[in-house]
Design a protein around this ligand. Structure first.
Ligand code: DGY
Length: 379
């Protein structure tokens, strides 16, 4: 049976996999087709509600690929289990929309898509950093409105981010990559805050600093802050790269904004609720020299009142990972997660997922976040 708004690929496949949005590229479909899956894809661009996803699952569904905008909790995992399902992958590296414990209770492995978003997302954080520092949004609105009447020495003067200090909150894969881009490209010193020490980043920047000195240039430095307050006070620009969980919800709030320099820049490409958006609106209103660049929002797609009126804020609609290579890579990894579990393969342990993008991918699921909890063996 075909449900309206869903299209079918490989109708004769023996396993049934639902995908709640059309995904870019073809390779992901080939992976599921090779695993003998009939793939049913929702063609709507609307965010699907729980009931619509359950309807899509029907009474027989072996696996599902869902989106970060959907609430994958007890209700959906129990429906998936009842439909005979045993595999789920989020089409995202972040999985704060997934109740992993609920999935584990139902014995369902949960996949995500790490490794292909790193540089792409870090580049968007860099783009937002400079869009904010150099007032690109304001200047573009001005010229499009026909207000540009000739060169003026003081027109849209911004801040020079060169040999200043960048604060990185969360120095995992994406935060580390952003830090390196800012140190190498713009000779920024790094201060980072993370519950784990990032020795790789510290050593890399130490060596890069030595290299700069060896060619007669000022070195860059990298230091782990003991408290987030220390970072906020010292950084000229703060970029947030944490996961969203109870410990990071509103990590950046009115109090922390008040600790930042008056003319600092705040960038968020992680998850909206890490920043108290209403507090940010209030802060930007009263601190015209403060700037922010946001890719993510607290209640997407809604924005907090007043945000769009602020000239000192640059906003884009959650597109940090939106390059063709990355979004196709995410689709490949999500499909490979589901196909591998349906075939009974183990879960890949190596954080390097590049082999899955090559011609002869490993017989494994690239990234299963609850492998041990659901008894999927590791390789
Ligand atoms: C993710 O994968 O978590 C990103 O936010 C998608 O862009």
């Amino acid at each position: 049976m075909t449900i309206q708004g869903w299209k079918i690929s490989n109708p004769d496949g023996n396993k049934r996999v639902i995908v709640t949005k059309e995904l870019p590229g073809q390779r992901w479909l080939e992976i599921l087709t090779r695993a003998d899956c009939r793939v049913e894809i929702c063609t709507s661009t609307r965010v699907l509600g729980i009931d619509e996803i359950k309807k899509g699952m029907g009474d027989r569904c072996d696996g599902a690929i869902g989106q970060l905008t959907e609430d994958w909790g007890e209700e959906l995992f129990s429906a998936l289990k009842s439909a005979g399902g045993c595999a789920y992958s989020n089409y995202a590296v972040g999985f704060n929309n997934v109740d992993v414990e609920a999935a584990s209770r139902h014995g369902i492995p949960v996949g995500n898509t790490p490794g292909v978003l790193t540089e792409t997302t870090a580049q968007m954080a860099v783009a937002l950093t400079f869009a904010a520092a150099r007032r690109v949004g304001e200047a573009e609105r001005y010229i499009r409105a026909g207000q540009y009447k000739g060169w003026i020495p003081s027109l849209f003067m911004g801040d020079l981010l060169w040999q200043k200090t960048v604060g990185v909150v969360g120095a995992g894969r994406i935060g580390e990559t952003y830090a390196r881009m800012m140190a190498e490209g713009h000779k920024m010193n790094i201060i980072y805050y993370d519950i784990h020490q990032n020795k790789t980043l510290e050593d890399y920047i130490a060596r890069y600093g030595q290299f700069l000195e060896s060619v007669g240039l000022a070195p860059v430095t990298c230091r782990r802050a003991e408290t987030i307050a220390e970072l906020l006070r010292q950084a000229d620009c703060v970029s947030v790269h944490t996961v969203l969980d109870d410990s990071t919800h509103h990590l950046i709030n009115a109090e922390s904004l008040a600790q930042m320099k008056e003319n600092a820049i705040l960038i968020n490409t992680s998850r909206g609720p890490v920043v108290d958006e209403a507090a940010l609106v209030a802060h930007c209103r009263t601190h015209p020299d403060f700037r922010a660049g946001l890719d993510v929002f607290e209640e997407e797609p809604d924005l907090k009142p007043g945000l769009t009126d602020l000239e000192n804020v640059v906003i884009v609609p959650h597109i940090a990972s939106a390059t063709k290579w990355t979004r196709e890579g995410m689709a490949t990894l999500a499909a490979a997660n589901v196909a591998a579990i349906l075939r009974g393969y183990p879960a890949w342990q190596n954080p390097d997922i590049r082999p899955f993008l090559g011609e002869d991918p490993p017989r494994a699921a690239p990234s299963i976040v609850n492998a041990e909890a659901v008894g999927v063996s590791l390789v």
